[in-house]
Design a protein around this ligand. Sequence first.
Ligand code: SF4
Length: 202
Amino acid sequence: MVIPKTLPVRRCSQKKWSPKPAKTVANIDSITALALGCGFSHVGGLDAAVIKVREEVRGACAANKCKAYGANWTCPPACGSLAECEARLRQYKNGIIMQTSGILEDSLDYEAMERIGLTHGENLRSFNKQLREICPDFLLLGAGGCKRCDKCSYPDAPCRFPTEMLSSMEAYGMVVSDVCRDSGIPYYYGSGTLTYVGCVLF
Ligand code: SF4
């Protein structure tokens, strides 16, 4: 596998945020360390209270440019109404944001864009698998609909891998750049870079 060029790995420094007591034996430091070990290039704390969900993000999903709307268990409408998704995420107080950044040769470097996206997916899958061993209850969200299977079983059969299915921040109505900004985490790392984002709430 070709490893994409990535920006230096680091934990984001943040002034605004301090963690609440977590309802798990794992803590913010152990989960952050786990995320950094899974290959994400930037990791920082997420205060779940700053998350805003917006109907217009769901509207963008319905435009179906990604072809996942109505075609994947993790995307609208199968993932539930926006109110249901919000109720799910409001159960959690703490979180972290995980980013996979890479460098593009130019703005038409689609090969690198795809490679960085695939790497982000691999990082998320590895993180999900290892987090299950230390944290009994969490909500992990990625970028775009679940790509675990070549073709999702929706709507004909149940999800084939319910412990590996991965919904997106957008499906939960989040504007990803706003969530990063409101958490004091950069989203843009300069000209010629591309960043995919995910988050976990616990
Ligand atoms: S794991 Fe497979 S069946 Fe389940 S949501 Fe993802 S793509 Fe669909």
